[in-house]
Design a protein around this ligand. Structure first.
Ligand code: PEP
Ligand code: MN
Length: 339
């Protein structure tokens, strides 16, 4: 960590900051620069809380150097984590396609879409039984009936199912049915839910929060890993920006950054980033080109009648088109990774 002093900091203020560092058991090395002094904090094991020094007189800013996350960090685990789910596997040289409707609406709807996406090449089926909706009047999901439908989809298609646990109350139930438990963007910093996910034996798909920094996202993953669950899959789903031409802005650069920082696999969700289907195929191409380990895509056989996120759901034939377009892109840099 670096404690950067104001240009006009007095020698007494610098000395006081040095003493504050030393009083915490660390070593302090003041390094004079052209205009100001920066104090290097040494001998700390792990990250140091910046607020310990931020309020001291003469301190301009505190720059952390050591990463606050450990278990998710590539430093602690240099090789890529591969998460196996049934016949599917996420990470390290494969391209995993998870597709399905936003919400499970009926048995016929789920089985129809599952059959179509499986035929097109999807490796897993997605669909919410409990939906986090902005409005309390909007369709909230079928609950346990939806989970039972997902179990039937798995039985009939062999596809593992991904579904969201929206709170602590439903976690056990979702865990009993799901192959992968999704923690949604709105819950990315629901720390008690993350701790519960950390005690689960099922893999967890952790979406990036609507306005979360990469560090906050990785710290959320750290909560899950700290609880003992090492099967964490990250998913970039767009963050809120000033743009109105899409629902969110897909942060493509997050993919290589996360791959450098952590060993965990990272997917992209172009559907919730775009909010409209016309952008989903182009964003999918870009996400694969940037190195995502897979995609989470919303598909509906009758999107105009969908009970949630119809506008961003691809028609099944568009999903077929998407699969056809992304495979050659992926093959350019991972020739053996298509399965
Ligand atoms: C979803 O996957 O249907 C969903 C609600 O996603 P997010 O949490 O990214 O908004
Ligand atoms: Mn959705």
């Amino acid at each position: 960590m670096l404690v950067v002093m104001e240009q006009e900091a007095t020698p007494e203020e610098i000395e006081r900051a040095v003493q504050a560092v030393e009083s915490r058991g660390f070593a302090a090395r003041p390094v004079p620069g052209g205009h100001r002094v920066a104090i290097c904090v040494l001998h700390n094991h792990g990250s140091v809380e910046p607020s310990l020094f931020l309020g001291l007189p003469g301190v301009k800013e505190v720059i952390p150097v050591t990463r606050p996350y450990k278990l998710v960090s590539r430093e602690s685990h240099p090789t890529d984590t591969v998460v196996r789910v049934g016949d599917a596997c996420i990470g390290n040289g494969t391209l995993t396609l998870i597709a399905g409707p936003c919400a499970v609406e009926s048995e016929t709807q789920a089985l129809t879409i599952a059959g179509l996406v499986k035929k097109a090449g999807a490796h897993m089926f997605r669909g919410g039984a409990f939906k986090p909706r902005t409005s309390p009047y909007a369709f909230q999901g079928l609950g346990e009936d939806g989970l039972k439908i997902l179990a039937r989809v798995r039985r009939e298609t062999g596809l593992p199912v991904v579904t969201e646990a929206i709170d602590h109350e439903v976690f056990d139930l979702v865990e009993a049915y799901a192959d992968v438990i999704q923690i949604g963007a709105r819950n990315m910093q629901n720390f008690s839910l993350l701790r519960r996910a950390g005690r689960s034996s099922k893999p967890v798909l952790l979406k990036r929060g609507l306005s979360a920094t990469i560090e906050e996202w990785l710290m959320a993953a750290e909560y899950i890993m700290e609880g003992g669950n090492t099967r964490v899959i990250l998913c970039e789903r767009g963050v809120r920006t000033f743009a109105h031409h899409s629902r969110n802005t897909l942060d493509l650069s997050a993919v290589p950054v996360v791959q450098k920082e952590t060993h965990l696999p990272v997917l992209a969700d172009p559907s919730h980033a775009a909010g409209r289907r016309s952008q989903v195929i182009p964003l999918s191409r870009a996400a694969v080109a940037v190195g995502a380990h897979g995609l989470l895509v919303e598909v509906h056989h009758q999107p105009e009648a969908a009970l949630s996120d119809g506008a961003q759901s691809l028609y099944p034939e568009q999903f077929v088109e998407l699969c056809g377009q992304i495979r050659p892109i992926f093959k350019i840099f991972r020739p053996d990774g298509i399965h």
